[in-house]
Design a protein around this ligand. Structure first.
Ligand SMILES: NC(=O)C1=CN([C@@H]2O[C@H](COP(=O)(O)OP(=O)(O)OC[C@H]3O[C@@H](n4cnc5c(N)ncnc54)[C@H](OP(=O)(O)O)[C@@H]3O)[C@@H](O)[C@H]2O)C=CC1
Ligand SMILES: O=C(CO)COP(=O)(O)O
Length: 331
């Protein structure tokens, strides 16, 4: 059986903190790269992340912190990347250590801006990490709920089944159930798309559409997601599994979702800039929308919801006009 060895978390936000809680609960030791020394100092002093999920307490003796990504990458075998997608390139720029022999897991639900690559492809193409050393972590999982130990289902995908199983075993607990998959690309693309559809759901909510229409929107969104996944990575999958449909629903319906909140502000009439400033946290679907639109220029998949969100966010077409067009096309 494959052994994940020593595991480290790369990133210091809320999902990183939730994953750290899950992993260290099992392994009793983790490495943890965070970009800011002051945050690390405060963390050590108070015993919890000073800025995210502050109710989650850690045994500091079980954590090796560092703001030096090279030190953590050198010392650990399994690396879980959990930074927001727009920042991943900046963190990796500092890397002088080889990644190709590491087991690299991306828990990032976003696409690398400007590159139009999902994270596993980025690690493969730019850092030579072989596909059998690459995994992704999917599933409906708001960090806030994991912090509260509310039952959550995670999916670990890797082309190497043994590796997927080894990491998924590290995650299992009273409040975490896991399953494995080999559909790394499919789960990554669906995680990007569900953010776009959550923005659409937020826009519709901001425009005062009700639950009846939201359900039709989500039903059409899963069909659109399915069409794209079949075109980009045609393997056998069930898009009604929790890593696809489940994550779409939790992001589209939950008040914890940053993407939905961002969309709702746009629907209420905020400009993109003012919504971003007011939110403070990042809605990755904003970047995902542009990347997916560019990718789909070559794929030619019928994606009316993606097109509508793109037109609203990037072409400044009024949400009322775009959503009216969508309502006419839905069944
Ligand atoms: N939150 C959730 O429920 C879930 C999130 N995810 C995914 O996890 C990934 C991480 O998101 P999440 O943990 O929510 O992020 P958060 O919004 O909680 O945290 C943001 C992180 O980004 C860092 N950051 C802010 N500005 C910059 C910058 N300019 N350069 C580099 N780093 C910066 C922050 O560091 P600092 O504090 O030092 O400013 C912080 O560590 C995303 O891809 C998300 O989609 C997946 C499932 C659930
Ligand atoms: O992916 C998530 C839950 O599974 C979090 O979504 P948001 O980034 O919209 O908050």
């Amino acid at each position: 059986m494959f052994d994940c060895g020593k595991t480290a978390i790369i990133g210091g936000g809320s999902w990183a903190t939730a994953i750290a809680k899950i992993v260290v609960g099992h392994t009793r030791h983790i490495g943890w790269y965070m970009r800011r020394d002051d945050r690390i100092e405060d963390f050590r002093r108070v015993g919890h992340n000073p800025a995210y999920l502050t109710s989650v307490h850690f045994n500091i003796d079980e954590i090796e912190f560092s703001s030096d990504i090279n030190k953590i990458v050198q010392n650990y075998d399994t690396l879980v990347f959990v930074t927001p997608s727009p920042y991943i390139k900046n963190h990796l720029k500092k890397l002088k250590t080889r990644l190709k022999d590491k087991f690299v897991i991306t828990a990032i639900k976003g696409i690398v801006p400007d590159e139009n690559l999902v994270c596993s492809e980025y690690f493969h193409q730019v850092y030579d990490v072989p596909y059998n050393n690459l995994a992704c972590l999917g599933g409906p999982s708001h960090a806030e709920e994991v912090a509260l130990e509310r039952l959550s289902y995670l999916t670990v995908a890797c082309s190497d089944k043994e590796k997927a199983e080894a990491f998924s075993n590290i995650l299992v607990s009273d409040y975490i159930k896991t399953k494995t998959s080999n559909d790394v690309l499919g789960i990554e693309y669906s995680s990007v798309l569900k953010n776009v559809y959550a923005i659409a759901a937020g826009i519709c909510s901001g425009l005062k559409f009700g639950d009846n229409f939201q359900a039709v929107l989500m039903a059409n969104a899963v069909q659109e997601m399915s069409r794209f996944l079949k075109a980009v990575h045609p393997v056998e999958r069930n898009v009604y599994d929790s890593a696809y449909l489940g994550d779409l629903l939790v992001t589209g319906y939950s008040n914890f979702s940053r993407n939905r909140t961002f969309g709702s502000m746009i629907g209420k009439g905020y400009s993109v800039k003012s919504a971003q400033i007011e939110m403070e946290m990042i809605a990755e679907g904003f970047f995902g929308t542009k990347c997916m639109k560019e990718i789909n220029r070559h794929m030619h998949v019928n994606m009316p919801i993606l097109d509508a969100v793109y037109n609203i966010l990037y072409e400044r077409i009024s949400p009322q006009i775009e959503i009216k067009l969508l309502t006419d096309s839905f069944r």
